[in-house]
Design a protein around this ligand. Structure first.
Ligand code: SAH
Ligand code: SF4
Length: 444
């Protein structure tokens, strides 16, 4: 294979953490001489960074890996790498290797630092598979970031200690490890220097950030410090576990200049019985109290959530409690999922699994209910003025610009493409199913 002009396609599945890891892999490939492309036909290396949080994600990824087999038949020098959560699942590697012998590199979530070496081995026509059981801390301190993007994700912690009974994440990402504040700040400063205007701080539970660092420094401290980085226009964060959402954090967001008034607070289910079986460690009453606190301190904060239907043992009455939460909270958006059995998790062996047709019916009902709420939320924004960060021309209508409010609502409006990366004031004109239409009042 020629060493010049090598091209890599990186495909990320799943959450923002997976996207962030995929960026790191793209950067490691760049160090090995690969430039990024979206064109599979011209790729020398394809990286698939995987997700295993639900079976549907795994099926989609397996389909993609299958498709690449044909590409490799047409282009025999193509190297295929599959990395991340799916590969890290206990016992998964052998099964995957058997199913997809055309893959050249298999790498677990903890093996990204070694990826350059794995690429070189594959270039030497070796098949490689590395899945460490434990993470290597040196790499997590300084992951490589793709520079020059308007919006970037920055990990503040890795892993999770919560062990919700349905969830595979702690099993494939390991225990919670907070990055040092100075490493996080340095990464953000570098991103800002390369043109980044908005960053999202990522952790499975950002609210417990710092607990493992043995210094007296927590997530609110970090937010305050990040808020002061010159040149950064916006700071977001994901995910807040409701059990650890403190008044202090809400107050910090309220007082911050660039801290967006948006809380992603997954409730998962509205019934206390189900929450207990999920091991979520809060009740619906506690959750609603947290929501009331946010609304008290930041009345127009946007709230989003994750919801699971069909957890083992969920009755119609339990399900109605989830619908009831939606009616009470007024989320701007909810991510809704059918419970998916993940082997190795406690919920997978619970006896009263819910039939698929019931789960599907509940999901449809839930989505209809939430969609109506989301539309109400956006309708209530019409006529008012919001700060919008311009992201560039709209994909579906290049004559229009798109951007997001501080609450993360998507807005489409006429304007000069040169406004990309700036904050503008937009009056909302009309609420559509998924977006708002607006018009610019002035540049800030
Ligand atoms: N750390 C985050 C969630 C990470 S996983 C939190 O605790 O909120 C993202 C979402 O996927 C979860 O919030 C949950 O709603 C969903 N999810 C996780 N495991 C699932 C499973 N086995 N079946 C269906 N949805 C699941
Ligand atoms: Fe999974 Fe629960 Fe950890 Fe979120 S908090 S990653 S749902 S175990």
């Amino acid at each position: 294979m020629s060493t010049n002009n090598k091209k890599v396609v990186t495909l990320a599945y799943g959450c923002q953490m997976s996207e962030r890891d995929a960026d790191t892999l793209t950067e490691i490939s760049a160090q090995e001489g690969y430039t990024r492309t979206d064109d599979l036909e011209n790729a020398d290396l394809v990286i698939i960074n995987t997700c295993c949080v639900r079976e549907s994600a795994e099926n989609k990824i397996l389909g993609k890996i299958g498709e690449l087999k044909k590409l490799k038949e047409r282009n025999p020098h193509l190297k295929i790498a599959v990395s991340g959560c799916m590969v890290q699942q206990p016992g998964a590697l052998e099964r995957l290797q058997h199913r997809a012998p055309h893959v050249d590199i298999w790498a677990g979530t903890h093996n990204l630092p070694e990826f350059g070496r794995l690429i070189r081995l594959a270039e030497d026509n070796q098949k490689v598979a590395e899945v460490w059981k434990e993470p290597g801390p040196a790499f997590e301190a300084t992951p490589l970031a793709e520079k020059g993007k308007l919006k970037a994700n920055v990990n503040i912690s890795y892993g999770c200690n919560n062990f919700c009974t349905y969830c595979i994440v702690p099993h494939v990402r390991g225990r919670e490890r907070s990055r040092k504040p100075e490493d996080i700040i340095r990464e953000i400063q570098e991103l800002v220097a390369s043109g980044c205007k908005e960053i999202t701080l990522l952790g499975q539970n950002v609210n417990s950030y710092g607990h493992d660092l043995n210094i007296s420094y927590d997530f609110a401290n970090l937010l305050k410090q990040v808020d002061e980085i010159p040149g950064l226009l916006r700071v977001r964060f994901l995910t807040s576990h409701p059990k650890d959402l403190s008044d202090q954090l809400i107050e910090t967001v309220a007082a911050g200049q660039h801290l967006c008034e948006h809380f992603h607070l997954p409730i998962q289910a509205g019934s206390n019985e189900i929450l207990r079986h999920m091991n979520r460690k809060y009740t619906r009453e506690y959750y609603l109290d947290r929501i009331a606190k946010i609304r008290e301190i930041i009345p127009d904060a946007s709230l989003t959530t994750d919801l699971i239907v069909g957890f083992p043992g969920e009755t119609e009455v339990d399900f109605e409690q989830t619908l009831d939460i939606i009616s009470r909270v007024h989320y701007s958006q909810a991510f809704t999922f059918i419970y998916s059995k993940r082997s190795g998790t406690p919920a997978a062996v619970m006896t009263d699994q819910i039939p698929l047709d019931v789960k599907k019916r509940r999901l449809q009902y839930l989505m209809n209910h939430q969609n109506a709420q989301s539309l109400e939320w956006r309708k209530a924004m019409v006529g008012k003025i919001y700060e919008v960060l311009v992201e560039g021309p709209s994909k579906s209508n290049p004559d229009r610009l798109t951007g997001r409010t501080r609450g993360n609502e998507l807005v489409v409006f006429p304007g000069d493409p040169k406004l990309k990366g700036t904050l503008v004031k937009v009056r909302m004109r009309e609420a559509r199913s998924w977006t708002l239409l607006g018009e610019i009042l002035s540049e800030h």
